[in-house]
Design a protein. Structure first.
Length: 414
């Protein structure tokens, strides 16, 4: 069975052969079960035609183009999703774009799945958008999803699956404008107050607490905090330079350097004595610390009840990873916010003061807080430098000036 499977797999990867058609003397190649005659066998022209047909067939994912008028919207969406599953990948993992694409394709197929792709025009586009509005999505997110629909038809036109006319017509439709539609606009992400962060920190473990403190000092993106490794930190100067192994704009050939001043260095110092390629902030270590703390706070005598470590599941459904993700980092902060809110409720009930709920905050709000502080004290250019908002066409001289400015900021604020 395995040999037969491997044989079929190998045959599916072969390039169709250049063959001689005996009765006519012409060269022929078979693609998707169809014979294509290339001219007299062995001539340079027939070889060139063979190369052209096979190259186009391979470029389309080993399939022939279908007549544009024959494809439905569902078939176009399925082909685009297959392309997206290979294109929107970073370091072997799907990017967030795949989630958005799957969502909008689900709506497209439910509303216009059986419609011929050539009949999908601006009116159908607006009807689909109205459905998203009625679902309660925000104006900005709806425009983002509808942009994916336009991108899908642009890709389909480039693959000769549909005519380019559809892409041009969809581009003519303006996006939803603020104040001129019923779709809600969510408030922008605001900086989180230091007082709220300080109230939350006692309810975070040591490791996640240090992640919060480090992000508050550097303005790094949440993912950049999660993937800190000793090998990524240059400690040759009084200001350390952290170059993340991966970052948001690396596919634009942009370099990302995060400067670490004295306060940030003091936080990281306790995490650098490990293998260079291992992550500094480990959920496994955090879980071990949590269990040790629970043991020290145990009220039941040790010789009664379950001894430490004896009541664990042999095969738990979830195990700690080797590093935090942006989602697990955010969830840890939200759980700490809930714990801090319960303490606040008890305190306010004892003092009979009005209820003031503690708002939940996300790691991105720390980044906004740093940007606001740096801009207030050092100007807009310094804020752009520290947060890594450089443009793609920055010259080497300008990049060097940015790094010096960022290092000066780090020396002053930590």
């Amino acid at each position: 069975m395995r040999r037969a499977h491997l044989g079929r797999l190998a045959s599916s990867r072969r390039v169709p052969a250049y063959r001689r058609h005996k009765s006519t003397g012409q060269a022929v190649v078979t693609l998707d079960g169809r014979d294509f005659y290339l001219g007299r066998f062995g001539t340079p022209d027939s070889r060139a035609e063979y190369d052209r047909l096979v190259s186009e067939w391979l470029a389309r994912g080993r399939r022939l183009p279908r007549p544009a008028s024959d494809m439905t919207v569902t078939e176009v969406a399925a082909a685009f999703m297959e392309h997206a599953s290979e294109y929107y990948v970073k370091h072997g993992e799907p990017t967030g774009w795949q989630t958005h694409i799957k969502l909008v394709i689900r709506h497209v197929r439910a509303t216009y799945g059986h419609t011929l792709a050539e009949d999908f025009g601006p009116l159908a586009f607006k009807t689909l958008r109205l459905k998203l509005v009625n679902d309660g999505l925000s104006r900005g997110y709806i425009n983002k999803l509808m942009g994916i629909v336009i991108r899908m038809f642009k890709w389909a036109a480039s693959e000769q699956l549909v005519s380019a006319r559809i892409y041009g017509e969809l581009r003519a439709v303006d996006g939803l404008r603020k104040g001129r539609c019923v779709a809600p606009d969510y408030p922008p992400v605001r900086p989180v107050d230091d007082a709220i962060v300080d109230e939350t920190l006692p309810h975070l473990g040591r490791i996640v607490g240090d992640m919060v403190r480090l992000q508050r000092l550097t303005g790094a993106r949440p993912n950049e905090i999660c993937i800190v490794r000793p090998i990524d930190i240059d400690r040759d100067s009084d200001v350390w330079l952290y170059r993340p192994g991966e970052h948001k704009t690396e596919h634009h050939d942009r370099d990302r350097v995060i400067v670490l001043g004295p306060k940030a260095q003091a936080i990281l110092a306790g995490y650098l004595d490990r293998e260079p390629n291992t992550y500094c902030f480990s959920p496994t270590e955090a879980e071990e610390e949590r269990r040790r703390k629970a043991t020290t706070l145990r009220v039941t005598p040790i010789h009664y009840g379950n001894r430490p470590g004896t009541n664990r599941k042999a095969q738990p459904r979830r195990r700690p990873n080797d590093r935090y993700t942006t989602d697990s980092y955010r969830r840890a902060i939200h759980r700490a916010c809930e714990a801090a809110d319960r303490v606040r409720i008890r305190s306010e009930s004892e003092h009979k003061t009005p209820r003031r709920p503690l708002p939940k905050w996300s790691p991105n709000r720390l980044r906004h807080a740093v940007g606001t502080e740096v801009r207030s004290n050092f100007g807009l250019e310094a804020s752009q430098v520290v947060l890594g908002h450089a443009k793609a066409d920055v010259t080497q001289v300008y990049a060097e000036r940015d790094l010096k400015l960022a290092m000066e900021v780090a020396r002053k604020i930590g």
